[in-house]
Design a protein around this ligand. Sequence first.
Ligand SMILES: [Fe+2]
Length: 209
Amino acid sequence: MANQYPSVDMALKMLEEAKVLSDGFWIAHSKNVGEACRLIALKCPNMDVDKAYVCGLLHDIGRRFQGKIQVGKQHTINGYRFLMENGFDDVAKICLTHSFPNKDEVFCYGDDCSDIDNEFIENFVKSCEYDDYDRLVQLCDMLATDKGILLLEQRCINIALRYPADDREIKRWRHAFKLKEYFSEKVGTSVYNLFPNFFENVVNYKQPV
Ligand SMILES: [Fe+2]
């Protein structure tokens, strides 16, 4: 079967089109997620680097249909439908799986979906098999802000300052820490060592207090 993901150039163009429709922090965040995925995939045996990059770039593409305030799962299913319509099934799957590192509890903060969409997302996530592209985007989505890549601990605090960090959210974090160890083992060093300017990003980051 042919690759079911667009070229890197096409993915970058899709992001530029989306920026016109719905500009926001998510555009820079998506580029940073893509770059983090690319840098880790480069060191992972058996990963297609372009596919990893494109999956990171387009994981939030469903936000092209929303305004600046975007909370909840709606962007996951919007992105899935948009990419399926364009024949990019592999990345469409990532749109639905990236927010749910904890497969047993299909939770992310914010209730912005219809019951039918919630049911579809839950059934899809629980019945699909996660592969390393799903796992990589889940990790990099947690590591990257619009300003750059941070420590996972900084991102957890960042989320807790904006949303209620309840038990379900903390379970998501636990999965994210496991993913960091999983990929660090694969690449033979802490994934943090792969990111240029990481130290500067970490020390210069200001939490939204
Ligand atoms: Fe994201």
